[in-house]
Design a protein around this ligand. Structure first.
Ligand code: GDP
Length: 472
């Protein structure tokens, strides 16, 4: 397997972006500081942008011409089928009355759809890791809809839905406990901080090496596989997706735009103007233009703020804007949304963003945006570079931490920067998309900035159940 080559190819790609972020931000500061430099800086920026697009396009093309494309799809298929087969195995025990179970619920802790399905996927991952059947506590009582989970998605099990068992205990229980209650958040659970160690971004030891060769952000691919299993649509759901596609004249190529507004802006995220999103959409199409790869610029707009459709159509008349303001209308008020059975609205938006968009521009502070990205990454060998987040870098909802490891040493150039020694581990707080990331160096315990290109993601692994009898 072309391990070293794959890692190198992806590193060149992401560092091409990093150097562009760095130069762009430095030029902006120069222009702000020195008025007389403005015209020169503007010329430079135009030329730097052209260099960047050409370089990025060429690096991206390497994957088409290097002869490994078939290998990537084969490896992707083989890894995905293996995970799915193991999930089918644990989810369908021959005798439910004897099966070891992990009891999960829909987490009635008053957060939105994206937030709750992340709790849900966490449960399925823990079930996989401990080789237990995940049982949904009360699948009919999915408060998002009176129809119940299993009317929209295929049940997680064909053979085992009963939560009964001879012995029951709260997580972590032990090997022989038949039913482990992982209903979150119980006060006991919070008090003891008994987080299962298997929660992403940790990866299973037996597969991590392969996933790391295949994918630019292995944890994202891994999480995606579990969402793929959870969100297997019922035939009626597929029909609804197809009808929607017809109604909105869905077409490719298309960039998915997710704009989260309303209640999110109260305390969890900052407002980003439509222009900030569209800047990155424009960049996407400018690179495509170099290849002559499109004739119409198109976006799929998903949002909880329906007025954005009019704004986008007014400001970007040259774009074909696909989507439906009607399905974002319900998103404004959380309580109402969850009572009135409008679950298909958000499910439809996430489905089109993840399954049918070629690229995503959104804010990773939103669970909906990360969910779409995670699912997108479960459907192809490596879509890890097919996004722009206007705020956070990727994280898993409920992760313990995410680590970078230094590949190149660094001498700080000011009080806001950290020193790096090769091998230093840094707990990531965020990428500032200006060439620098922020984090806590675990060696020096200091929380400061560091140049993003000098680090890489640390892959953390643990022994999960290894399913020696479930192979392809
Ligand atoms: P977060 O708050 O953005 O992190 O994500 P949550 O899923 O926790 O909550 C967001 C809620 O807003 C969801 O439950 C949706 O109902 C609604 N929402 C957010 N974005 C969209 C969108 O693009 N389309 C629709 N239909 N609803 C959305």
């Amino acid at each position: 397997p072309p391990e070293k080559y794959e890692l190198l190819r992806r590193r060149i790609y992401s560092n091409t972006k990093e150097v562009w972020y760095y130069i762009g931000s430095t030029l902006r500061s120069l222009a702000n500081e020195f008025d007389d430099l403005k015209p020169k800086v503007s010329d430079m920026k135009t030329m730097v942008d052209e260099h960047y697009r050409s370089l990025l396009r060429d690096v991206a093309k390497l994957a088409d011409v290097d002869g490994y494309s078939q290998w990537r799809w084969k490896e992707f298929g083989s890894l995905s089928r293996l995970v799915e087969k193991r999930l089918r195995h644990t989810q369908n025990p021959p005798d439910c009355s004897k099966a070891r179970k992990l009891l999960c619920n829909f987490f009635n802790n008053c957060c939105g759809y994206g937030c709750r399905v992340h709790h849900f996927v966490k449960c399925l991952i823990v079930a996989y890791a401990t080789e237990r059947t995940m049982i949904i506590d009360n699948p009919k009582n999915w408060e998002f809809t009176s129809r119940g989970f299993e009317n929209i998605f295929i049940p997680l099990s064909d053979t085992c839905t009963s939560k009964d068992g001879d012995t029951v205990s709260l997580w972590p229980g032990n090997e022989t406990t038949q039913v482990i209650n992982y209903i979150l958040p119980t006060p006991e659970f919070i008090a003891k901080h008994l987080h299962p160690p298997y929660i992403p971004v940790v990866l299973p030891e037996d597969l991590a090496g392969r996933i790391n060769v295949l994918h630019g952000d292995p944890a994202v691919w891994w999480i995606g596989q579990f969402f793929k299993y959870i969100f297997r649509p019922q035939p009626s759901t597929t029909i609804a997706f197809n009808q929607f596609a017809k109604r909105v004249h869905f077409q490719k190529p298309i960039v998915g735009l997710h704009v989260r507004r309303t209640d999110k802006l109260i305390s969890e995220a900052s407002l980003h103007r439509l222009e900030e999103y569209m800047y990155h959409v424009e960049e996407y199409y400018k690179i495509k233009e170099l290849n002559g790869e499109y004739d119409t610029k198109r976006i799929y707009l998903a949002t909880d703020e329906p007025t954005l459709f009019d704004e986008a159509r007014l400001k970007y008349p040259e774009y074909d804007i696909i989507g439906d303001p009607e399905i974002s209308k319900s998103a404004g008020s959380l309580q109402k949304r969850e009572l009135d059975d409008s679950i298909m609205d958000i499910i439809t938006d996430v489905y089109f963003l993840s399954h049918h968009c070629d690229y995503l521009v959104c804010t990773f502070s939103s669970n909906v945006c990360r969910l779409s990205y995670e699912i997108m990454n479960s459907l192809q060998p490596d879509a890890s570079a097919k996004f722009t987040s206007l705020d956070d870098t990727f994280y898993f909802h409920g992760q313990v931490h995410r680590l970078n490891v230094a590949l190149i040493s660094h001498k700080s150039e000011g009080p806001e920067e950290m020193d790096l020694e090769v091998g230093d581990e840094i707990e990531v707080a965020g990428n500032h998309w200006d060439g620098y990331s922020k984090g806590t160096n675990l060696r020096t315990k200091k929380t400061l900035l560091y140049p993003t290109f000098k680090v890489t993601t640390k892959i953390e692994v643990l022994p999960f159940a290894s399913y020696p009898n479930i192979t392809l």
